[in-house]
Design a protein around this ligand. Structure first.
Ligand code: SF4
Length: 342
């Protein structure tokens, strides 16, 4: 593992073994995250981005299972001990070691805070429990830390909010409470799973600014999952574009937006509505839809929808990732003829 990386995902494979067949939800995904870096994973619904982060967190539900690859994570050093590298793919998701990493070294901001927060426990009780689960502090100290975190994430009147319930807060405030909870143990890696999907656009901009500010203050790394390229442009340093469980293109955010190399990335960018478009002009879309997971096409997964597909090649062989000059990597026969082995 490169010493500059806090996380290295290598050839990760996660399958769902069902009566109807096997769904390859994550099929050979690789990417790296450096300390202090924001990596955005983007793709349409069903592209495997959420299953990728569930695999990292060890929370894939049966019949899902990580069946291959490595998830190398550099753990926080213990006392004088240096940081240790651990393969999360080999840990039991419910085991003691993984539970200790989850919530302290790696924290999650979920998509839907209303579902993640308990409606029958006060906000204060839930924050205090999160703090004391990973820190040996008194209840009073945990309450002080909870209030400090809520102040940091911009919750107004935090001491009063401690005795409130999640259903008494607005969507934006609930998401701020979730961020406070995720930060309560100073994680080295924060995973944000579409954290702005359930909130309005104005609050979304505030939450994105807040996350960027917190990342800079705490120096933590963030993996940001979204289907929204506009959000990626605002928060990410580095982008991973996924389609049907595979990585199509990776690269620094400016290169991905100004010099996309994969036909899928180009099609996604062309689908963003423009303020300069004429009022009656139809919005560009990507023709077709994502294939059913039990009915994956042979060859390149994007071939049935790709305007540049080469019959007899793209529908038979799967392109290998190719490193381009300038830090981008792309899986497409337009750049390299190398194919994956069957
Ligand atoms: Fe399109 Fe072929 Fe490239 Fe796949 S490999 S993206 S089908 S050109």
């Amino acid at each position: 593992m490169n010493p500059d990386h806090i996380l290295s995902v290598r050839d990760l494979k996660t399958r769902f073994l069902m009566d109807e067949g096997t769904a390859k939800a994550v099929d050979g995904v690789s990417f790296d995250v450096s300390p202090g870096q924001v990596v955005g994973i983007v793709g349409e619904s069903g592209c495997g981005k959420s299953v990728t982060i569930k695999s990292i967190l060890g929370i894939v539900q049966k019949p899902g299972e990580v069946v291959g690859g490595e998830i190398l994570f550099r753990q926080r050093g213990n006392g004088a001990a240096a940081a240790e590298m651990v393969d999360l793919a080999k840990l039991d998701g419910r085991g003691k070691e993984m539970r200790a990493i989850r919530g302290s070294d790696i924290a999650l901001i979920p998509q839907e805070p209303m579902a993640a927060l308990s409606p029958v426990h006060t906000i204060g009780n839930q924050l205090v429990e999160a703090v004391r689960l990973h820190q040996d502090v008194s209840k009073r100290r945990a309450e002080e830390l909870a209030i400090e975190r809520m102040t940091e994430v911009g919750v107004p009147n935090p001491a009063e909010r401690m005795s409130m319930y999640s259903w008494e807060l607005s969507g934006g405030l609930r998401q701020r409470v979730m961020i406070a909870m995720a930060l309560s143990c100073s994680p080295r890696l924060l995973i944000a799973d579409e954290p702005t999907t359930a909130i309005d656009v104005t609050t979304q901009a505030q939450v994105l600014r807040l996350l960027r500010g917190l990342q800079q203050n705490h120096g933590m790394a963030i993996i940001f999952i979204t289907h929204d390229l506009g959000v990626i442009a605002q928060v990410a340093d580095y982008v991973v574009v996924m389609y049907l469980g595979r990585v199509m293109e990776t690269g620094p955010v400016d290169d991905i937006f100004h010099n996309p190399q994969h036909p899928y990335t180009r099609a996604l960018l062309e689908s963003i509505p423009s303020v300069h478009a004429l009022s009656r002009e139809p919005l560009p879309t990507i023709e077709g839809s994502i294939p059913h997971p039990f009915n994956r096409p042979a060859g390149c997964p994007f071939a049935p929808r790709c305007v540049a597909a080469m019959p007899g090649k793209c529908d038979r062989r799967t392109p290998k990732p190719t490193q381009l000059n300038g830090g981008q990597s792309v899986s497409c026969f337009l750049h390299n003829d190398a194919a994956e082995e069957d």
